[in-house]
Design a protein around this ligand. Structure first.
Ligand code: FAD
Length: 388
């Protein structure tokens, strides 16, 4: 299927998200970036329009759409110069609750999330000492009567201060107690209200971009056992599916960024006159932008393929990883081409280029870094020996 055909299928969503985003122009995002604020109004507008509940089944008040549609929503936000990071986690971490939560948990949380009464936007996986090797996390949840008692620390937990619920991965038995290193970790829904200051302490991290990231400390936090998702010890398996969704959605955010950079750069190249002619007449200016365009469209095809496979229930680990790899590299190159095309003006905040340059760089590192994707392709797709 051509990119244009895929886009035609989702045209209505694209148009209406674009319209919504027009109320949140560059100045809105610049102001938040300056003060490291949370885009509450924007998230509320998306929720009111039903976009944040798009993956929730209708019986719980959502619109029961697929990852493809969710991806289009996020891509359009980024294509419009905004940033979906404030709320994208709600889309991809939802899967663990949808697929592995029990009826009581779904009843307790999904209708409120769909109605925008509660946000599920914090995902506590990364820890300071474990790095990408999630099997070595040290946060523990010990069973004590009807509760689990959680102790440990997470880092880079985005939106923890702006989320009512956190999906938390913690060890419930030692690494090595099961056949695989990732056995023995469990997944919990943590209600933040009441827990902050009472077992949870949150410290914001001042970072290169406005991502509302934090350190989260757990000190004898009591989590009711009814908030364990699925079976104890199988938490990592439950988040794996969600990781494919996350990669597909992030890939689409990158494509949105990339298309924004390419449009900015090509427009400016036509208008900016230096040496009595538009700078876009110079192939030194044209070629990086044209290369980015070609790479972005190729990445968009892979991303659409991954999304369609995900929605069809097909195994899509390779495609989701490749989509995220290709799209994050394409957006990074487009960002650099745009910076170069704008010359000195690229550094002025008012054009939003330097902000989006900082924002799109993240996706070569998080949620999974480029090296780790390449290692996945080498081992799992090409069958080369494991390196770690
Ligand atoms: C702004 C921001 C927001 C984030 N939000 C969240 C969040 O909400 N929730 C959450 O849980 N986490 C979050 N993260 C964490 C993010 O997922 C991790 O930073 C990322 O997965 C990389 O892990 P690390 O920082 O521990 O790097 P490390 O694992 O320490 O790796 C450092 C570098 O070494 C490379 N490397 C490591 N091992 C190998 C190897 N075997 N072969 C080749 N190269 C290797 C990596 O590719 C990387 O380039 C966020 C991070 C950032 C910066």
């Amino acid at each position: 299927m051509e990119n244009s055909e895929i886009e035609a299928e989702t045209q209505i969503i694209r148009e209406s998200v674009k319209k919504l985003c027009a109320d949140f122009p560059g100045e809105y995002w610049r102001e938040l970036d300056r003060e490291r604020g949370y885009p509450t109004k924007f998230v509320q507008a998306l929720t009111d329009a039903g976009y944040l509940g798009c993956l929730i089944p209708e019986e719980y008040g959502g619109s029961n759409l697929g990852i493809r549609e969710a991806a289009v929503i996020l891509e359009t936000i980024h294509r419009s110069g905004g940033n979906g990071a404030a709320c994208h986690a709600q889309m991809y971490i939802m899967g663990a609750l949808l697929r592995h939560g029990n009826d009581d948990q779904k009843q307790a949380y999904l209708p409120d999330i769909a109605a925008g009464k509660r946000r599920l936007q914090a995902f506590g996986v990364t820890e300071p000492t474990s790095g990408t090797d999630t099997s070595r996390i040290r946060t523990w949840a010990k069973r004590d009567g009807d509760d689990y008692v959680v102790n440990g620390q997470k880092v880079w937990t985005s939106r923890a201060e702006h989320s009512d619920l956190m999906l938390l991965l913690a060890r419930t038995s030692e690494r090595g107690s099961g056949p695989k290193p990732h056995d023995g970790m469990s997944l919990f829904i943590v209600e933040m209200e009441g827990a902050v200051g009472n077992g949870i302490e949150i410290k914001p991290i001042r970072a290169m971009l406005n991502h509302n990231s934090t350190e989260v400390f757990f000190d004898n936090l009591r989590v009711p056992a009814r908030n364990l998702i699925g079976e104890e010890g199988k938490g990592f398996r439950y988040i794996l599916d969600g990781m494919n969704a996350e990669r597909i959605l992030i890939a689409h955010e990158c494509i949105g960024d990339s298309r924004w950079f390419i449009e900015k750069a090509s427009t400016y190249a036509k208008e900016r006159i230096v040496f009595d002619r538009p700078i876009g007449m110079n192939q030194g200016i044209q070629f990086p932008i044209a290369t980015s365009y070609a790479e972005t469209e190729a990445a968009a095809l892979m991303s659409a393929k991954a999304a369609n496979m995900f929605d069809a229930g097909k195994s899509c680990g390779a495609e989701a990883n490749m989509a995220k790899l290709l799209a994050s590299e394409a957006s990074w190159k487009a960002a650099d081409a745009c910076m170069q095309t704008y010359g000195g003006f690229a550094y002025a905040e008012e054009y939003d280029i330097e902000r989006k340059f900082r924002e799109t760089r993240l996706y070569r590192t998080a949620p999974i870094s480029t090296n780790l994707i390449l290692s996945y392709i080498a081992e799992h797709v090409l069958g080369m020996p494991r390196s770690f």
